[in-house]
Design a protein around this ligand. Structure first.
Ligand SMILES: Cc1cc2nc3c(=O)[nH]c(=O)nc-3n(C[C@H](O)[C@H](O)[C@H](O)COP(=O)(O)OP(=O)(O)OC[C@H]3O[C@@H](n4cnc5c(N)ncnc54)[C@H](O)[C@@H]3O)c2cc1C
Length: 466
Protein backbone atom coordinates (compact mmCIF):
# COMPACT_ATOMS: atom_id res chain seq x y z
CA UNK A 1 0.00 0.00 0.00
CA UNK A 2 1.45 3.36 -0.96
CA UNK A 3 1.98 6.19 1.47
CA UNK A 4 -0.31 8.29 -0.75
CA UNK A 5 -3.25 5.95 -0.11
CA UNK A 6 -2.60 6.08 3.64
CA UNK A 7 -2.17 9.86 3.59
CA UNK A 8 -5.46 10.14 1.66
CA UNK A 9 -7.35 8.30 4.38
CA UNK A 10 -5.74 10.43 7.08
CA UNK A 11 -6.95 13.55 5.30
CA UNK A 12 -10.50 12.24 4.96
CA UNK A 13 -10.87 11.21 8.63
CA UNK A 14 -12.08 13.64 11.25
CA UNK A 15 -10.62 11.22 13.81
CA UNK A 16 -7.10 9.81 13.55
CA UNK A 17 -5.36 6.92 11.82
CA UNK A 18 -2.71 5.39 14.07
CA UNK A 19 0.16 3.20 12.89
CA UNK A 20 2.98 1.38 14.74
CA UNK A 21 5.41 3.99 16.03
CA UNK A 22 2.75 6.64 16.61
CA UNK A 23 2.70 7.99 20.15
CA UNK A 24 -0.78 6.76 21.03
CA UNK A 25 -0.50 3.45 19.16
CA UNK A 26 0.41 1.22 22.11
CA UNK A 27 -2.40 2.59 24.28
CA UNK A 28 -4.91 2.36 21.46
CA UNK A 29 -4.17 -1.28 20.61
CA UNK A 30 -4.65 -2.46 24.22
CA UNK A 31 -7.89 -4.24 25.07
CA UNK A 32 -9.38 -5.11 28.44
CA UNK A 33 -7.95 -8.67 28.53
CA UNK A 34 -4.23 -8.34 29.32
CA UNK A 35 -3.56 -11.73 27.71
CA UNK A 36 -4.26 -10.26 24.29
CA UNK A 37 -1.27 -8.59 22.63
CA UNK A 38 -2.10 -7.86 19.00
CA UNK A 39 -0.44 -5.34 16.68
CA UNK A 40 -2.71 -3.98 13.98
CA UNK A 41 -1.22 -2.14 10.99
CA UNK A 42 -3.82 0.64 11.39
CA UNK A 43 -6.22 1.85 14.06
CA UNK A 44 -8.91 4.16 12.70
CA UNK A 45 -10.14 6.16 15.68
CA UNK A 46 -13.48 7.19 14.27
CA UNK A 47 -14.97 10.51 15.33
CA UNK A 48 -18.23 10.20 13.41
CA UNK A 49 -20.21 7.88 11.14
CA UNK A 50 -18.48 9.28 8.05
CA UNK A 51 -15.16 8.08 9.48
CA UNK A 52 -16.60 4.59 9.89
CA UNK A 53 -17.62 4.55 6.20
CA UNK A 54 -14.12 5.70 5.20
CA UNK A 55 -12.53 3.01 7.36
CA UNK A 56 -14.74 0.21 6.02
CA UNK A 57 -14.05 1.25 2.41
CA UNK A 58 -10.30 1.51 3.08
CA UNK A 59 -10.24 -1.96 4.61
CA UNK A 60 -12.22 -3.58 1.80
CA UNK A 61 -10.36 -1.83 -1.04
CA UNK A 62 -6.99 -2.78 0.42
CA UNK A 63 -7.85 -6.33 1.42
CA UNK A 64 -7.18 -5.75 5.12
CA UNK A 65 -8.21 -7.98 7.99
CA UNK A 66 -10.82 -5.86 9.83
CA UNK A 67 -11.64 -5.78 13.54
CA UNK A 68 -14.45 -3.73 15.13
CA UNK A 69 -13.93 -2.32 18.58
CA UNK A 70 -16.51 -0.68 20.82
CA UNK A 71 -15.66 -1.19 24.52
CA UNK A 72 -12.69 -3.55 23.98
CA UNK A 73 -14.03 -5.95 26.65
CA UNK A 74 -14.24 -9.06 24.55
CA UNK A 75 -12.59 -12.00 26.35
CA UNK A 76 -11.12 -13.43 23.17
CA UNK A 77 -9.81 -10.00 22.20
CA UNK A 78 -11.97 -9.80 19.08
CA UNK A 79 -11.91 -6.01 19.16
CA UNK A 80 -8.34 -6.00 17.81
CA UNK A 81 -6.32 -7.95 15.24
CA UNK A 82 -2.77 -8.50 14.05
CA UNK A 83 -1.64 -6.62 10.91
CA UNK A 84 -5.06 -5.43 9.70
CA UNK A 85 -7.21 -2.42 10.54
CA UNK A 86 -9.12 -1.79 13.77
CA UNK A 87 -12.26 0.30 13.42
CA UNK A 88 -12.24 1.94 16.85
CA UNK A 89 -15.69 3.28 17.73
CA UNK A 90 -14.84 4.49 21.22
CA UNK A 91 -15.08 8.12 20.06
CA UNK A 92 -18.75 7.72 19.13
CA UNK A 93 -20.31 8.67 22.46
CA UNK A 94 -23.60 10.40 21.66
CA UNK A 95 -26.68 9.46 23.72
CA UNK A 96 -30.10 10.91 22.97
CA UNK A 97 -33.04 10.20 25.27
CA UNK A 98 -36.72 10.57 24.41
CA UNK A 99 -38.26 10.26 27.90
CA UNK A 100 -41.86 10.50 26.69
CA UNK A 101 -41.37 7.72 24.18
CA UNK A 102 -39.15 5.84 26.67
CA UNK A 103 -36.44 5.27 24.07
CA UNK A 104 -32.77 6.13 23.82
CA UNK A 105 -30.38 6.34 20.87
CA UNK A 106 -26.93 5.19 21.93
CA UNK A 107 -23.83 5.49 19.77
CA UNK A 108 -21.68 2.37 19.68
CA UNK A 109 -18.67 3.70 21.59
CA UNK A 110 -20.53 4.11 24.88
CA UNK A 111 -20.11 1.84 27.87
CA UNK A 112 -23.02 0.50 29.89
CA UNK A 113 -22.11 3.02 32.61
CA UNK A 114 -22.40 5.91 30.14
CA UNK A 115 -25.93 4.78 29.30
CA UNK A 116 -26.96 4.15 32.93
CA UNK A 117 -25.77 7.55 34.03
CA UNK A 118 -27.64 9.24 31.19
CA UNK A 119 -30.95 7.44 31.73
CA UNK A 120 -31.06 7.18 35.53
CA UNK A 121 -32.14 10.79 36.03
CA UNK A 122 -35.33 9.87 34.15
CA UNK A 123 -35.91 6.79 36.33
CA UNK A 124 -35.22 4.60 33.31
CA UNK A 125 -32.63 2.02 32.28
CA UNK A 126 -31.57 -0.18 29.35
CA UNK A 127 -31.46 -3.83 30.44
CA UNK A 128 -27.96 -5.18 29.80
CA UNK A 129 -24.96 -6.54 31.76
CA UNK A 130 -23.47 -6.48 35.26
CA UNK A 131 -20.36 -4.33 34.78
CA UNK A 132 -20.55 -0.67 33.85
CA UNK A 133 -17.27 -0.74 31.89
CA UNK A 134 -18.50 -3.15 29.19
CA UNK A 135 -19.03 -1.72 25.71
CA UNK A 136 -22.60 -1.37 24.47
CA UNK A 137 -21.55 -2.56 21.00
CA UNK A 138 -20.27 -6.06 21.69
CA UNK A 139 -22.55 -6.90 24.60
CA UNK A 140 -25.70 -5.94 22.68
CA UNK A 141 -24.84 -7.73 19.45
CA UNK A 142 -24.05 -10.91 21.40
CA UNK A 143 -27.33 -10.74 23.38
CA UNK A 144 -26.68 -8.78 26.57
CA UNK A 145 -27.59 -10.58 29.75
CA UNK A 146 -27.44 -9.15 33.24
CA UNK A 147 -29.33 -7.96 36.29
CA UNK A 148 -32.57 -7.14 34.45
CA UNK A 149 -32.75 -10.20 32.17
CA UNK A 150 -35.49 -12.03 34.08
CA UNK A 151 -37.58 -8.87 34.39
CA UNK A 152 -37.17 -7.23 30.98
CA UNK A 153 -35.28 -9.70 28.76
CA UNK A 154 -31.88 -9.46 27.12
CA UNK A 155 -30.50 -6.20 25.72
CA UNK A 156 -31.53 -7.40 22.24
CA UNK A 157 -35.11 -7.85 23.47
CA UNK A 158 -35.12 -4.10 24.12
CA UNK A 159 -33.47 -3.18 20.83
CA UNK A 160 -35.84 -1.38 18.45
CA UNK A 161 -33.52 -0.33 15.67
CA UNK A 162 -29.86 -0.04 14.69
CA UNK A 163 -27.89 1.97 12.14
CA UNK A 164 -25.14 0.06 10.37
CA UNK A 165 -22.36 0.48 7.86
CA UNK A 166 -22.29 -2.59 5.64
CA UNK A 167 -19.21 -4.16 4.06
CA UNK A 168 -19.81 -2.22 0.81
CA UNK A 169 -19.69 1.05 2.78
CA UNK A 170 -23.41 1.74 2.60
CA UNK A 171 -25.43 3.09 5.53
CA UNK A 172 -28.59 1.15 6.40
CA UNK A 173 -31.24 1.02 9.09
CA UNK A 174 -32.38 -2.29 10.52
CA UNK A 175 -35.64 -2.64 12.39
CA UNK A 176 -38.80 -4.76 12.30
CA UNK A 177 -39.90 -3.19 8.97
CA UNK A 178 -36.68 -2.17 7.22
CA UNK A 179 -34.04 -4.83 6.55
CA UNK A 180 -35.90 -7.10 8.94
CA UNK A 181 -33.60 -10.04 8.12
CA UNK A 182 -30.60 -7.99 9.21
CA UNK A 183 -32.44 -6.85 12.34
CA UNK A 184 -33.13 -10.50 13.19
CA UNK A 185 -29.46 -11.44 12.65
CA UNK A 186 -27.85 -8.67 14.71
CA UNK A 187 -29.92 -9.65 17.72
CA UNK A 188 -27.44 -12.31 18.86
CA UNK A 189 -25.38 -12.78 15.70
CA UNK A 190 -22.52 -10.55 16.93
CA UNK A 191 -20.49 -8.25 14.71
CA UNK A 192 -20.82 -10.43 11.61
CA UNK A 193 -23.08 -8.28 9.48
CA UNK A 194 -21.76 -4.74 9.56
CA UNK A 195 -20.50 -2.02 11.86
CA UNK A 196 -23.35 -0.88 14.08
CA UNK A 197 -22.86 2.82 14.69
CA UNK A 198 -25.93 3.40 16.87
CA UNK A 199 -28.66 1.49 18.69
CA UNK A 200 -32.22 2.52 19.56
CA UNK A 201 -33.30 0.90 22.82
CA UNK A 202 -36.60 0.76 24.63
CA UNK A 203 -36.09 2.08 28.18
CA UNK A 204 -37.50 0.27 31.20
CA UNK A 205 -38.69 1.83 34.48
CA UNK A 206 -35.74 0.96 36.75
CA UNK A 207 -34.36 3.40 39.29
CA UNK A 208 -33.70 2.09 42.82
CA UNK A 209 -32.99 -1.62 43.02
CA UNK A 210 -32.69 -3.82 46.10
CA UNK A 211 -29.46 -5.52 45.34
CA UNK A 212 -26.07 -6.79 46.42
CA UNK A 213 -24.19 -9.98 47.26
CA UNK A 214 -25.02 -12.55 49.91
CA UNK A 215 -22.20 -14.98 50.75
CA UNK A 216 -21.96 -18.33 52.52
CA UNK A 217 -19.07 -20.55 53.60
CA UNK A 218 -18.06 -23.16 51.02
CA UNK A 219 -19.43 -25.87 53.34
CA UNK A 220 -22.91 -24.53 52.51
CA UNK A 221 -22.29 -24.56 48.74
CA UNK A 222 -24.12 -27.81 47.97
CA UNK A 223 -27.26 -26.75 49.84
CA UNK A 224 -26.99 -23.22 48.45
CA UNK A 225 -26.80 -24.47 44.85
CA UNK A 226 -29.81 -26.75 45.36
CA UNK A 227 -31.83 -24.04 47.11
CA UNK A 228 -30.88 -21.42 44.50
CA UNK A 229 -31.71 -23.73 41.59
CA UNK A 230 -35.26 -24.22 42.86
CA UNK A 231 -35.76 -20.71 44.18
CA UNK A 232 -34.77 -18.75 41.08
CA UNK A 233 -36.87 -20.83 38.72
CA UNK A 234 -40.02 -20.14 40.68
CA UNK A 235 -39.19 -16.53 41.59
CA UNK A 236 -41.17 -13.66 40.00
CA UNK A 237 -39.53 -11.99 36.99
CA UNK A 238 -38.45 -8.92 38.95
CA UNK A 239 -36.13 -11.07 41.08
CA UNK A 240 -32.70 -11.74 39.61
CA UNK A 241 -29.75 -13.47 41.19
CA UNK A 242 -26.62 -15.02 39.79
CA UNK A 243 -24.77 -17.75 41.66
CA UNK A 244 -20.99 -17.43 42.11
CA UNK A 245 -17.91 -19.07 43.54
CA UNK A 246 -15.49 -16.33 44.55
CA UNK A 247 -12.76 -15.22 46.94
CA UNK A 248 -13.62 -12.37 49.29
CA UNK A 249 -11.48 -9.33 48.35
CA UNK A 250 -9.13 -8.16 51.12
CA UNK A 251 -10.60 -4.65 51.17
CA UNK A 252 -13.32 -2.69 52.95
CA UNK A 253 -16.29 -2.96 53.13
CA UNK A 254 -15.75 -6.73 53.32
CA UNK A 255 -15.23 -7.76 56.97
CA UNK A 256 -11.62 -8.62 57.80
CA UNK A 257 -12.36 -12.11 59.08
CA UNK A 258 -13.60 -13.05 55.59
CA UNK A 259 -10.73 -11.48 53.61
CA UNK A 260 -9.15 -13.95 51.17
CA UNK A 261 -11.70 -16.66 51.96
CA UNK A 262 -13.15 -18.80 49.17
CA UNK A 263 -16.93 -18.63 49.43
CA UNK A 264 -20.09 -19.12 47.42
CA UNK A 265 -22.76 -16.53 46.98
CA UNK A 266 -25.67 -15.05 45.11
CA UNK A 267 -25.63 -11.52 43.74
CA UNK A 268 -29.25 -10.39 43.92
CA UNK A 269 -31.10 -7.67 42.08
CA UNK A 270 -34.76 -6.91 42.73
CA UNK A 271 -36.09 -4.40 40.20
CA UNK A 272 -39.79 -4.52 41.08
CA UNK A 273 -42.04 -2.16 43.05
CA UNK A 274 -39.97 -0.80 46.01
CA UNK A 275 -43.07 -1.03 48.19
CA UNK A 276 -42.95 -4.80 47.74
CA UNK A 277 -39.22 -5.11 48.40
CA UNK A 278 -39.86 -6.48 51.88
CA UNK A 279 -41.41 -9.58 50.35
CA UNK A 280 -38.32 -10.04 48.19
CA UNK A 281 -35.97 -9.57 51.17
CA UNK A 282 -38.00 -12.03 53.21
CA UNK A 283 -37.93 -14.64 50.44
CA UNK A 284 -34.17 -14.53 49.88
CA UNK A 285 -33.62 -14.98 53.61
CA UNK A 286 -35.52 -18.27 53.56
CA UNK A 287 -32.20 -20.07 53.00
CA UNK A 288 -29.74 -20.27 55.90
CA UNK A 289 -28.25 -17.10 57.41
CA UNK A 290 -25.47 -15.76 55.19
CA UNK A 291 -21.96 -15.01 56.46
CA UNK A 292 -22.21 -11.68 54.64
CA UNK A 293 -25.29 -9.82 53.48
CA UNK A 294 -24.91 -6.61 51.50
CA UNK A 295 -28.39 -6.58 49.96
CA UNK A 296 -30.09 -3.22 50.22
CA UNK A 297 -31.58 -0.33 48.23
CA UNK A 298 -29.32 1.53 45.85
CA UNK A 299 -29.51 3.48 42.59
CA UNK A 300 -29.21 1.13 39.62
CA UNK A 301 -26.03 2.79 38.20
CA UNK A 302 -24.32 2.41 41.59
CA UNK A 303 -25.09 -1.29 41.66
CA UNK A 304 -24.11 -1.73 38.01
CA UNK A 305 -20.64 -0.38 38.76
CA UNK A 306 -20.21 -2.06 42.17
CA UNK A 307 -17.63 -4.61 40.98
CA UNK A 308 -15.80 -2.46 38.39
CA UNK A 309 -12.90 -1.51 40.67
CA UNK A 310 -12.13 -5.14 41.49
CA UNK A 311 -11.57 -5.91 37.81
CA UNK A 312 -9.60 -3.05 36.22
CA UNK A 313 -8.50 -3.29 32.58
CA UNK A 314 -5.27 -5.14 31.80
CA UNK A 315 -5.67 -8.24 33.95
CA UNK A 316 -5.40 -11.67 32.32
CA UNK A 317 -8.69 -13.42 31.59
CA UNK A 318 -9.37 -16.88 30.24
CA UNK A 319 -12.98 -17.87 30.17
CA UNK A 320 -15.24 -20.60 28.93
CA UNK A 321 -18.98 -20.95 29.07
CA UNK A 322 -21.96 -23.12 28.33
CA UNK A 323 -25.71 -22.90 28.52
CA UNK A 324 -27.17 -25.04 31.30
CA UNK A 325 -30.67 -26.48 31.68
CA UNK A 326 -30.44 -28.33 34.99
CA UNK A 327 -28.09 -28.53 37.95
CA UNK A 328 -27.98 -32.33 38.27
CA UNK A 329 -26.39 -34.09 41.26
CA UNK A 330 -23.34 -34.87 39.10
CA UNK A 331 -23.02 -31.24 37.97
CA UNK A 332 -23.34 -29.96 41.54
CA UNK A 333 -20.62 -32.37 42.71
CA UNK A 334 -18.28 -31.05 40.00
CA UNK A 335 -19.08 -27.43 40.83
CA UNK A 336 -18.19 -28.11 44.46
CA UNK A 337 -14.89 -29.68 43.42
CA UNK A 338 -13.72 -26.95 41.02
CA UNK A 339 -15.33 -24.07 42.93
CA UNK A 340 -13.15 -24.99 45.90
CA UNK A 341 -10.07 -24.83 43.66
CA UNK A 342 -10.36 -21.21 42.44
CA UNK A 343 -6.73 -20.76 41.33
CA UNK A 344 -6.39 -17.01 42.02
CA UNK A 345 -8.31 -14.49 44.16
CA UNK A 346 -10.21 -12.98 41.20
CA UNK A 347 -11.09 -16.24 39.41
CA UNK A 348 -14.76 -17.04 39.55
CA UNK A 349 -17.70 -19.04 38.19
CA UNK A 350 -21.09 -17.44 37.55
CA UNK A 351 -24.47 -18.89 36.65
CA UNK A 352 -26.62 -16.14 35.09
CA UNK A 353 -30.35 -16.91 34.91
CA UNK A 354 -31.95 -16.57 31.48
CA UNK A 355 -35.46 -17.65 32.32
CA UNK A 356 -38.29 -15.20 33.03
CA UNK A 357 -38.92 -12.56 30.34
CA UNK A 358 -35.93 -13.67 28.24
CA UNK A 359 -37.39 -17.17 27.92
CA UNK A 360 -40.78 -16.01 26.63
CA UNK A 361 -39.29 -15.12 23.25
CA UNK A 362 -38.89 -17.98 20.79
CA UNK A 363 -35.51 -19.45 19.85
CA UNK A 364 -36.08 -18.47 16.22
CA UNK A 365 -37.52 -14.99 16.93
CA UNK A 366 -33.99 -13.61 17.14
CA UNK A 367 -30.60 -15.15 16.34
CA UNK A 368 -30.11 -15.94 20.08
CA UNK A 369 -30.92 -19.62 20.18
CA UNK A 370 -30.95 -20.76 23.81
CA UNK A 371 -34.08 -19.13 25.22
CA UNK A 372 -35.09 -22.39 26.86
CA UNK A 373 -31.86 -22.82 28.84
CA UNK A 374 -32.02 -21.85 32.50
CA UNK A 375 -28.55 -20.35 32.89
CA UNK A 376 -25.58 -19.07 30.95
CA UNK A 377 -22.55 -20.34 32.84
CA UNK A 378 -19.18 -18.65 32.69
CA UNK A 379 -15.98 -19.97 34.23
CA UNK A 380 -13.42 -17.16 34.33
CA UNK A 381 -9.77 -17.61 35.30
CA UNK A 382 -8.53 -14.09 36.13
CA UNK A 383 -5.32 -12.67 37.56
CA UNK A 384 -3.44 -9.39 37.78
CA UNK A 385 -0.17 -11.08 36.81
CA UNK A 386 0.62 -12.69 33.44
CA UNK A 387 2.78 -15.15 35.39
CA UNK A 388 -0.43 -17.04 36.21
CA UNK A 389 -1.79 -17.24 32.64
CA UNK A 390 -1.19 -21.00 32.43
CA UNK A 391 -2.66 -21.62 35.87
CA UNK A 392 -5.92 -19.77 35.23
CA UNK A 393 -6.26 -21.25 31.73
CA UNK A 394 -5.75 -24.83 32.93
CA UNK A 395 -8.28 -24.43 35.77
CA UNK A 396 -10.95 -22.87 33.51
CA UNK A 397 -10.46 -25.55 30.87
CA UNK A 398 -10.58 -28.48 33.25
CA UNK A 399 -13.63 -27.06 35.10
CA UNK A 400 -15.40 -26.58 31.75
CA UNK A 401 -14.41 -30.00 30.39
CA UNK A 402 -15.80 -31.67 33.52
CA UNK A 403 -19.11 -29.73 33.36
CA UNK A 404 -19.62 -29.70 29.60
CA UNK A 405 -21.33 -33.14 29.45
CA UNK A 406 -24.02 -31.72 31.77
CA UNK A 407 -24.60 -28.60 29.68
CA UNK A 408 -27.21 -27.75 27.05
CA UNK A 409 -24.68 -27.65 24.19
CA UNK A 410 -23.64 -24.25 22.90
CA UNK A 411 -22.27 -21.23 24.72
CA UNK A 412 -23.18 -17.56 24.95
CA UNK A 413 -20.90 -16.01 22.29
CA UNK A 414 -19.86 -13.22 24.65
CA UNK A 415 -18.46 -15.82 27.09
CA UNK A 416 -16.30 -17.59 24.51
CA UNK A 417 -12.64 -17.51 23.58
CA UNK A 418 -11.76 -18.51 19.99
CA UNK A 419 -13.16 -22.02 20.12
CA UNK A 420 -13.73 -22.96 16.47
CA UNK A 421 -16.60 -23.36 14.02
CA UNK A 422 -18.22 -26.34 15.74
CA UNK A 423 -18.79 -24.35 18.94
CA UNK A 424 -20.26 -21.45 16.97
CA UNK A 425 -22.60 -23.80 15.10
CA UNK A 426 -23.62 -25.48 18.38
CA UNK A 427 -24.39 -22.04 19.79
CA UNK A 428 -26.65 -20.97 16.93
CA UNK A 429 -28.14 -24.44 16.34
CA UNK A 430 -31.12 -24.30 13.97
CA UNK A 431 -30.58 -20.57 13.44
CA UNK A 432 -27.15 -21.09 11.86
CA UNK A 433 -28.26 -21.72 8.22
CA UNK A 434 -30.46 -18.58 8.30
CA UNK A 435 -27.58 -16.55 9.75
CA UNK A 436 -25.22 -17.89 7.07
CA UNK A 437 -27.71 -16.88 4.34
CA UNK A 438 -28.03 -13.35 5.79
CA UNK A 439 -24.25 -13.16 6.07
CA UNK A 440 -23.99 -13.98 2.35
CA UNK A 441 -26.46 -11.21 1.54
CA UNK A 442 -24.84 -8.47 3.63
CA UNK A 443 -21.15 -9.49 3.83
CA UNK A 444 -20.49 -12.04 1.05
CA UNK A 445 -16.69 -11.66 1.21
CA UNK A 446 -16.64 -12.04 5.01
CA UNK A 447 -14.96 -8.67 5.54
CA UNK A 448 -16.19 -8.77 9.15
CA UNK A 449 -14.51 -12.01 10.21
CA UNK A 450 -12.78 -11.01 13.46
CA UNK A 451 -15.65 -12.24 15.64
CA UNK A 452 -17.39 -15.53 16.48
CA UNK A 453 -17.53 -15.95 12.76
CA UNK A 454 -20.54 -17.03 10.73
CA UNK A 455 -19.32 -17.99 7.27
CA UNK A 456 -21.35 -16.78 4.25
CA UNK A 457 -23.75 -19.59 3.34
CA UNK A 458 -24.10 -21.22 -0.07
CA UNK A 459 -25.76 -19.22 -2.83
CA UNK A 460 -29.52 -19.84 -2.97
CA UNK A 461 -30.50 -22.51 -5.53
CA UNK A 462 -32.32 -19.97 -7.80
CA UNK A 463 -29.14 -17.93 -8.17
CA UNK A 464 -27.14 -20.98 -9.15
CA UNK A 465 -29.70 -22.01 -11.77
CA UNK A 466 -30.16 -18.61 -13.44
C1 LIG B 1 -15.64 -7.56 33.11
C2 LIG B 1 -16.62 -8.09 32.10
C3 LIG B 1 -17.94 -8.21 32.46
C4 LIG B 1 -18.87 -8.69 31.53
N1 LIG B 1 -20.17 -8.81 31.91
C5 LIG B 1 -21.08 -9.22 31.02
C6 LIG B 1 -22.46 -9.29 31.37
O1 LIG B 1 -22.85 -9.00 32.47
N2 LIG B 1 -23.34 -9.70 30.44
C7 LIG B 1 -22.95 -10.03 29.19
O2 LIG B 1 -23.83 -10.37 28.38
N3 LIG B 1 -21.66 -10.01 28.83
C8 LIG B 1 -20.72 -9.61 29.70
N4 LIG B 1 -19.40 -9.56 29.35
C9 LIG B 1 -19.02 -10.05 28.04
C10 LIG B 1 -19.18 -8.95 27.00
O3 LIG B 1 -20.51 -8.94 26.57
C11 LIG B 1 -18.30 -9.23 25.80
O4 LIG B 1 -16.97 -9.25 26.22
C12 LIG B 1 -18.51 -8.20 24.68
O5 LIG B 1 -17.87 -8.67 23.52
C13 LIG B 1 -17.95 -6.86 25.06
O6 LIG B 1 -18.32 -5.87 24.15
P1 LIG B 1 -17.32 -4.67 23.83
O7 LIG B 1 -17.97 -3.77 22.88
O8 LIG B 1 -16.81 -4.12 25.11
O9 LIG B 1 -16.14 -5.50 23.19
P2 LIG B 1 -15.18 -5.27 21.94
O10 LIG B 1 -13.97 -6.07 22.29
O11 LIG B 1 -15.01 -3.85 21.59
O12 LIG B 1 -15.97 -5.95 20.77
C14 LIG B 1 -16.19 -7.32 20.77
C15 LIG B 1 -16.68 -7.81 19.45
O13 LIG B 1 -18.02 -7.37 19.28
C16 LIG B 1 -18.24 -6.95 17.95
N5 LIG B 1 -18.60 -5.54 17.97
C17 LIG B 1 -18.43 -4.68 19.00
N6 LIG B 1 -18.99 -3.51 18.69
C18 LIG B 1 -19.51 -3.62 17.46
C19 LIG B 1 -20.22 -2.75 16.62
N7 LIG B 1 -20.53 -1.51 17.02
N8 LIG B 1 -20.60 -3.19 15.41
C20 LIG B 1 -20.33 -4.44 15.01
N9 LIG B 1 -19.65 -5.32 15.78
C21 LIG B 1 -19.26 -4.91 16.99
C22 LIG B 1 -17.01 -7.21 17.17
O14 LIG B 1 -17.14 -8.45 16.54
C23 LIG B 1 -15.94 -7.32 18.23
O15 LIG B 1 -14.98 -8.19 17.83
C24 LIG B 1 -18.46 -9.06 30.24
C25 LIG B 1 -17.10 -8.92 29.89
C26 LIG B 1 -16.19 -8.45 30.81
C27 LIG B 1 -14.74 -8.38 30.45
Amino acid sequence: MTTTIIAGLKLRLKGSLLQPGDEEYDTARKVYNGMIDKRPAFIARCANVGDVIEAVNFSRENGLLTAIRSGGHNGAGLGVCDDGLVIDLSGLRGIHIEPQARTVWVEAGNTLGDVDRATHAFGLAVPSGVFSTTGVGGITLGGGLGYLTRHFGLAIDNLLEANLILADGSFVKANARENADLFWAIRGGGGNFGVVVSFLFRLQPVSTVYAGPMLWELEAAEDALRWYSNFIRSAPDEVNGFFAFLTVPPVAPFPEHLHGKKMCGIVWCYSGDPEKADGFLHSIHSFRTPALDFVGPMPFPVFQSMFDALYPPGYSWYWKGDYVNELTDEAIALHLKYGAQLPTPLSTMHLYPIDGAASRIGNSDTAWNYRNATWAMVIAGIDSSPANDELITAWARSYWEALHPYSAGGSYINFMMEEGDDRIKATYGDNYPRLAAIKRKYDPENLFCVNQNIKPGPLPAETLLS
